[in-house]
Design a protein. Structure first.
Length: 482
């Protein structure tokens, strides 16, 4: 398809220029990318650029201001190349990967989320998977490349830009143009996070690698003393079944009748039955924790792709083995700032509950959120905890937290029962408690609260003014407030 044929489909985009851009690059584990080449098409004028790495200048060969739309597929890769070259970051980014995930999230698609499979989803042609893998291998091999190889790499890069040009008009009717730039901005932020990395105590990491086998054996000896479920380094399901019977802990089973020993099941059961937690940590340390896979660069920084928007909830989903926040929590002790620096470990609290309270305008839910601990406040409102309860009532609080989050995300009674370690009838009672105590929020959650990011029919003020305000103020949701 010629660029001229694409123009009528781009009328909804009010930008002076629209650039479809793709880089090819080399990135060793833990290292920042080394750009190899760039191809860019301006979709209004038809201008085309093919730039080999020796031709990279101090600024990009296209504008990056607010009147230019930067279109790509998985933007953090292209933005990482901008950062590696010292180029300014585009102000307006449309990431077709993020928009494709937004469009297909929750669907049982067979097409996945790669560029090739996004094209297939919309019935568009593309290069073959084998050809793509061969070209990626050629690029990752590193230089020097012959003249014919350079041309082949540039042609391959341009084929992805041509794919973007075909995909954009096909996807445009399905893209929320008010919110798509927010997802683009997040991908820009993700690129900066990936570039900075997490500083790691290399000396201690190398010592752990050297003695990891012995450490694992000592962990088995110490922790299994309370369970008796290991034979040497092997976890024995029959011994674990006997331990469960002795401690009167019901455990999910597979269709075959065998115990479900998956990590997700262990995680959920550890929440409901804290006695299981040390065993779950031990199993993770033995099976899923390969310290050699932790992606640490020559500068001692842990870097890996954050896999933004990969989770069904829209969260990042980085590799559990390559990212320092993936393995057991105790390994985060390897995070160590350089001399003269510090690290702030910051996380949001009760984010989902706060959003649900603002959107539902439920007074009890807002009151619970403002208390500082909405899950414990919910337990108090339901009469399951005394009015003077504190976080020492951890078991009750954890069950109500699980109930609130489960209902907000549409979990059924059977799954909730497993998560909180209670019979299904108790899970239904908890669900009903949420319904009675927080009626408006409960009703909105079932209709998809997190797909309705506006307040009523009005767009959130943050999208219009570019500012954030108190979640429950009148400014947050336009006239009338909450």
């Amino acid at each position: 398809m010629a660029i001229e044929e694409l123009r009528p489909g781009l009328d909804a985009l009010f930008y002076a220029q629209i650039w479809a851009v793709d880089f090819e690059f080399i990135a060793e584990p833990g290292e920042n990318p080394e750009p190899v080449c760039l191809v860019a098409w301006e979709l209004r004028s038809g201008q085309k650029l093919r730039v080999w790495r020796e031709q990279f200048g101090s600024v990009p060969p296209y504008p990056t201001g607010a009147d230019t739309l930067f279109v790509c597929y998985y933007a953090s890769a292209e933005i990482s190349c901008h950062l590696a070259l010292g180029w300014p970051v585009p102000e307006r980014v449309l990431d077709l990967f993020a928009e494709f995930r937004n469009h297909t999230n929750g669907m049982n698609t067979v097409s996945g989320a790669s560029l090739l499979l996004a094209l297939a989803h919309f019935g568009l042609d593309s290069i073959g998977t084998t050809e793509k893998e061969d070209m990626r291998s050629l690029i990752l091999r590193g230089g020097p490349w012959s003249d014919s190889e350079r041309t082949a790499i540039l042609d391959y890069c341009e084929s992805d830009v041509a794919a973007l040009a075909r995909l954009l008009p096909a996807m445009l009717p399905r893209i929320d143009l008010a919110r798509a730039p927010l997802r683009g901005r997040f991908m820009v932020a993700a690129a900066s996070i990936e570039r900075n990395g997490v500083p790691i105590d290399i000396v201690t990491l190398n010592r752990l690698k050297m003695h990891w086998f012995d450490i694992q054996n000592e962990l088995i000896a110490e922790i299994d003393a309370n369970y008796g479920v290991f034979e040497g380094r092997t976890f024995k399901a029959d011994r674990f079944a006997a331990w469960l019977v002795r401690h009167d802990i019901p455990w999910p089973r597979l269709e075959s009748g065998r115990l479900d020993l998956g990590d997700n099941t262990f995680r959920d059961m550890a929440r409901a039955h804290p006695a299981v937690a040390p065993l779950r940590e031990l199993r993770a340390a033995l099976s899923g924790m390969r310290l050699s896979d932790l992606a640490v660069g020559r500068d001692g920084r842990n870097r890996t792709i954050l896999s933004a928007f990969r989770a069904r909830t829209g969260r990042n989903q980085p590799s559990n083995t390559k990212f320092i926040f993936g393995p057991s929590v105790w390994l985060r002790g390897l995070i160590q700032p350089p001399l003269g620096y510090g690290i702030a470990y910051i996380d949001w609290q009760q984010q989902e509950f706060g959003i649900a309270a603002a959107l539902s305008r439920d007074p009890l839910m807002m009151e619970a959120y403002r208390s500082g601990d909405p899950y414990l406040a919910f337990a108090k409102q339901a009469g399951a905890a005394p009015v003077d309860a504190t976080k020492v009532h951890k078991a009750v609080r954890d069950q109500f937290k699980s109930t609130v989050l489960a209902v907000q995300y549409g979990m059924g009674a059977e799954a909730l029962a497993q998560r909180i370690g209670q019979p299904p009838i108790r899970a239904r009672e908890a669900d009903n408690l949420f319904s009675r105590c927080l009626t408006r929020a409960r009703g909105l959650s079932r209709s998809g609260i997190f797909q309705n990011l506006g307040c009523g029919s009005r767009p959130p003020a943050a999208l219009v003014r570019g500012t954030l305000v108190d979640l429950f103020s009148s400014a947050a949701c336009g006239e009338g407030g909450v």
